[in-house]
Design a protein. Structure first.
Lengths: 179, 179
DNA sequence: ATCAGCATGTAAGGCGTTACATGATTCA
DNA sequence: TGAATCATGTAACGCCTTACATGCTGAT
């Protein structure tokens, strides 16, 4: 039952780049990292409150121009230390749940057409997603001398490379199933 | 809050191949499908009880040779229908959580050596896992005329192909980071 | 005026893990 | 005789999602 709220680390990581509101954090997660991590408001806001209580992040007093409620957070020294401790920790679980592969594995319970259709759907989704990643890639390529951008770039190329492997596999699988 | 216990489908899928005990099911999950799905006793046994109550699976009366407690389950007609309905359902969420990529993305908070080390660890794990997959592959190749084996084979090649893409990416990433 | 997007948060509940509890059997 | 494996199950608890609740702001 070790405390293992990965969302905390995601938030600390994002805050190590810039000060952000909970809403901003959600947008950052939905943007560049959503293909390998997800997060909802229902986990972000409680995490921010908890981390504020334990001194990992700080509320910034906004020059409340409007009166609109908006809480921007800043990472503290303690928060940065926690982030670095996690980065240095050698264990990392990559927890993959491919429902598509599950359906493929149990495909024998239905007609082949069903499996072929499921592969098509998977492929279509990947084709759409890879386009987005390629756009990210080309905009990141221009600033590889920026340290952070280099890291973003590497995650994006990871995505593109694996997605391309998926697409090649789809073609092979289709061929095998159509025989 | 839609009921969405995927473990139920995993179990129904496995039972569509053969009658199994809860313990057997755990072994099957840890074997061929663990690289894309996981499951623990704490979810398997409650799922079996629930599915028995709703008539998706049936206990088999063992010719209790020994007296040793052992409950083998059989999938019912209703269970098979549920499995097929799921296979035909076009939505499939492939939920990937790569903690390694998260650490990579936030790598800027530490020295490059840390990131390089994390890539090494990732690569070592993949190299080990790909060997296992290749063994599965070569034993499955002999029986591709068997419908079920064809499906197992396809999931295994999916794993091998993507893992090979990971390995290529590791080399590229290392090169970029060492400049 | 209306609607999309900005912005924060809570409540209920589902899913799943880890740890625990228990005991039989097989094999060295 | 002791360890590994077979075998079933429960309890506690953690994490997260979905849905709900609320209200402001900016653009059309």
């Amino acid at each position: 039952m070790a405390k293992d709220r990965k969302i905390d680390l995601v938030i600390l990581g994002l805050l190590s780049h810039e000060d952000l509101t909970g809403y901003d954090i959600k947008k950052r997660i939905d943007g560049g990292i959503s293909f390998f991590w997800k997060g909802s408001f229902g986990s972000i806001y409680p995490s921010l409150s908890a981390m504020e209580r334990s001194g990992l992040v700080q509320r910034l007093k906004e020059d409340n121009e409007s009166g609109r409620e908006k809480i921007r957070y800043h990472i503290t020294k303690k928060g940065k230390d926690q982030l670095r401790t996690w980065l240095k920790d050698e264990k990392a679980d990559n927890d993959l749940k491919y429902e598509t592969l599950l359906k493929l594995y149990f495909g024998g319970a239905e007609e082949r057409d069903i499996t072929l259709r499921n592969i098509d759907i998977f492929e279509e989704k990947i084709r759409r997603d890879i386009e987005v990643l390629k756009m990210y890639k080309s905009s990141l390529e221009k600033y590889l001398d920026n340290e952070d951008h280099l890291y973003y770039y590497l995650t994006v190329t990871f995505g593109i490379d694996t997605y391309e492997a998926y697409l090649k596999w789809c073609a092979k699988a289709r061929k095998l199933l159509k025989r």
